[in-house]
Write a protein of this length. Structure first.
Lengths: 340, 437
């Protein structure tokens, strides 16, 4: 091949490959444009005022995933009519939780070069009170029952060639002082009664008992543990094995969590379980599918959690006592929180 | 900040390298076109692969809605297989006149094929499998590529040639994420578009290799001489292993492995740096960029310097710089300037050792076994570093991170002294390709 032939070949290839690349970008851009149009069979979503103040009527807040101009906005529905019309707030969050007039909203910031993330603490009118930079991709968020403490977990990825080293960072903030512990891995770990340190510790999925005590997942050495955390003493104490994404019941007696079960497919290993903290007895719920969410207690006997759906994910519900059956609560929604 | 700091160090390096050289025949020649072509292939391929690396976590968590923890469990297996593949790639490449290009092409091609496959992978096991194949491609191509760089370059200028290649490679690695996020921005979460563009870019890389890297790498005119009485048959596996009977190569492999055993992996170092400096968590992703920027700026000047002052000496000095970096992490000096200083030292370490080791290897291996030789030293180093990662993780659990680093630093100092002793007096004679066994 002569030099000219080679250059012409390269030029032709650049044009062809460029066309394929540009085509895929245009196609994806067009598809994303469609997501901003109201979906025909979707729920009614209208703009309105969303408040985190307690009201007479109990409400459910979610991140609305239905296609249309209000996709990804925090929206509210009456708790007794979850499939009814949604009121969208105009505030977009990837993960969200709220309690007692305080909201935590994890957002992506689309920068010129790359995405960054932030955790925004919201007041009862969903206005920003304080913001913190977050180190990675948001995955879990919680507010303590009093509304004083907030916590969030993000994923960060390592720098290995194929980018397969994932780890988590979990932060806890006291909204009365804005004091932040931006990496719970630095807490003192007491495992099986003894001090423990390792490079591979990861902490995620905080659920608050009160303004000082919380529960979370600790992973190390290829195992996961339920830990009880103490913000003031900066300690994490292991309580039980094979617990991920714990969620404490309103009466403080039980933990709903993801349990890795034997014999499940490697990519769908988790089932929804409930652990009694007094007896340490585990109960499987009637939900038999793989779940990958931090469940929420609707009341002392009912759990809510997200499962993959047509527009991202749907919210489902199942009794916490192991009985009953799972049923779909609402479509195209994620990150629920009850108010009132 | 990083760039400014690195650049000032870089210019010092350049000055040192630019000291007028009065020795005849040592005037810096142009970098061979084959090296530039291979550098371009690496640059393009790294843009492609780093595009994927940059968005993969986001894709897994936000795109697929999966929890990726434990995803890295296969890393150990991948590392072992990767090392084996590298040896096989190096050896196969030496068989037949144009084996290097074919095997390297297979490696680049395999990785390019994986990009469209990512579009079909929606579960973690499948995704891991695709990434493992991608990595196999990388293992396959590394040794033949370095062999081609050695063969195409005048022995006296190999340090600089490898420096140029590594700088181009790192440029691609820095550009990749920028391209990926531009695509992601234009398409609003169009991960499929990122993978498609990445596939196109990878295909372009393979094409540049096919079109612009010669099938047969001829030795540069300056060293062309009557062909040595080489055996005509392609090297056998036995001969590839027999390479270790060469004392020069054996010493180099042992030293690379010994020093590799005491080189803490990047992720551990960044973790320690973040904890020691109490660095805000959101700055963590910038740490690898600091190292890469410094590596990029210093690779060429330090490669050229290696050609003058001896590659082994620079290779050892690079580890001395790394030792300084460890010392700094352990020292009571914390804060942003300290972190930057460590990153500069870390980048300098890579610039002084990565391409330089390949150049040093090239000088002690006969031309017809360059692939196997590069694979041997590279694999020895990679396996040793992997062993160090395992040991370091265990030591961290036992004693805590700082103590583990202190112990590793002490071991690195001992290894460096041993390496100085082992490599003493055996400095390369780069003009002879046929070192008697």
């Amino acid at each position: 091949m002569t030099r000219t032939t080679r250059l012409v070949t390269l030029l032709v290839a650049v044009v062809l490959l460029g066309a394929v690349g540009a085509g895929s970008v245009l196609y994806a851009a067009h598809r994303s444009g469609r997501r901003d149009q109201q979906q025909a069979d979707g729920p009614t979503v209208r703009t309105g005022t969303v408040s985190l103040r307690p009201t007479a009527e109990r409400r459910l807040l979610v991140r609305n995933l239905a296609w249309g101009p209000h996709r990804d906005e925090i929206a509210t529905v009456p708790a007794d009519d979850p499939q009814g019309p949604r009121t969208a707030s105009g505030v977009k969050c990837l993960r969200f939780h709220a309690a007692a007039g305080t909201g935590i909203c994890l957002q992506a910031v689309h920068g010129a070069l790359e995405d960054t993330y932030r955790a925004v603490v919201l007041d009862a009118h969903l206005r920003e009170r304080h913001r913190f930079p977050a180190a990675g991709i948001p995955t879990r968020a919680r507010v303590s029952p009093s509304g004083h403490m907030v916590a969030w977990t993000v994923f960060v990825s390592g720098d290995s060639y194929a980018g397969t080293n994932f780890s988590t960072r979990t932060a806890v903030v006291d909204t009365r002082t804005w004091a932040i512990d931006d990496n719970l891995e630095t807490f003192r770990i007491v495992k099986d009664g003894r001090a423990y340190h390792a490079a591979d510790t990861n902490v995620w999925g905080v659920t608050f008992a009160d303004d000082n005590r919380f529960y979370a997942t600790l992973a190390t050495g290829g195992r996961t543990y339920l830990v009880r955390g103490d913000v003031a003493a900066r300690t994490l104490t292991t309580l039980h094995r094979n617990v991920e994404c714990p969620s404490l019941s309103p009466d403080g007696t039980r933990i709903a969590y993801k349990k890795r079960v034997k014999g499940a497919f490697a990519d769908a290993p988790w089932r929804l379980y409930v652990l009694n903290l007094r007896t340490m007895k585990e109960t499987a719920t009637a939900e038999s599918r793989n779940i990958d969410d931090q469940a929420l207690w609707a009341d002392d006997g009912t759990l809510i959690y997200a499962l993959p759906g047509d527009y991202g994910s749907d919210l489902w519900t199942v009794p916490a006592d192991g009985g009953g059956t799972a049923r779909r609560l609402m479509a195209s929604a994620v990150a629920p929180a009850y108010l009132g | 900040m990083y760039l400014a700091d690195c650049r000032s160090t870089g210019s010092r390096g350049t000055e040192a390298a630019a000291v007028p050289d009065t020795r005849p025949g040592r005037r810096p020649a142009a970098v061979p076109s084959t090296v530039l072509a291979l550098g371009a292939v690496s640059l393009i391929t790294d843009v492609s692969s780093e595009m994927v690396t940059a968005v993969l976590p986001l894709y897994v968590v936000a795109g697929l809605g999966l929890t990726p923890l434990g995803f890295g469990l296969l890393d150990g297996i991948n590392n072992g297989v990767g090392a084996l593949v590298r040896l096989v790639g190096g050896h196969l490449a030496d068989r037949g006149g144009r084996g290097h290009k074919v095997v390297a092409g297979l490696g680049y091609g395999l990785s390019a094929l994986c990009k469209p496959l990512l579009l079909l992978a929606h579960t973690l096991p499948v995704l891991s499998a695709v990434l493992a194949v991608d990595r196999t491609g990388k293992g396959l191509r590394t040794a033949p590529r370095d062999a081609m760089i050695s063969l195409a370059t005048e022995p006296a200028h190999r340090g600089r040639a490898f420096g140029v290649h590594r700088a181009m490679d790192t440029t691609g690695a820095l550009l990749g994420p920028l391209v990926a996020f531009a695509v992601l921005r234009a398409t609003v979460d169009g991960y499929d578009a990122v993978f498609a563009v990445s596939g196109c870019v990878a295909a372009l890389g393979v094409l540049v290799l096919v079109l612009f890297v010669p099938r047969r790498i001829d030795a540069p005119a300056a060293v062309r001489r009557p062909p040595p009485p080489e055996p005509v048959h392609p090297p056998q596996l036995r001969e590839a292993i027999g390479l270790l009977r060469r004392p020069e190569l054996r010493r180099l492999t042992v030293c690379a492995a010994l020093l590799g055993l005491t080189t803490v992996s990047d992720s551990f170092l960044y973790l320690l740096l973040q904890r020691a400096g109490n660095l805000p968590a959101h700055l963590f992703p910038l740490l690898p960029l600091g190292t890469a920027a410094c590596f990029l700026l210093l690779a060429v000047p330090l490669g050229a310097l290696a050609d003058r002052v001896s590659r082994r000496r620079l290779f050892l000095a690079g580890h001395g710089v790394l030792l300084l970096g460890y010392g700094l992490v352990l020292s009571p000096w914390h804060g942003v300037p300290a972190v930057i200083a460590v990153l500069v030292l870390h980048g300098t370490f890579y610039a002084a050792t990565d391409g330089v080791l390949a150049a040093a290897t090239a000088a002690v291996v006969p031309a017809r076994q360059q692939g196997a030789g590069q694979a041997l030293v590279g694999t020895g180093q990679a396996l040793a570093r992997f062993a160090c990662s395992l040991a370091f993780g265990a030591a961290w659990s036992l004693w805590g991170g700082r103590t583990a680093l202190a112990v590793t630093a002490a071991a690195l100092a001992v290894s460096a002294v041993v390496a100085v002793f082992v490599l003493r007096g055996t400095d390369e004679t780069p003009t002879t390709d046929e070192v008697p066994a």
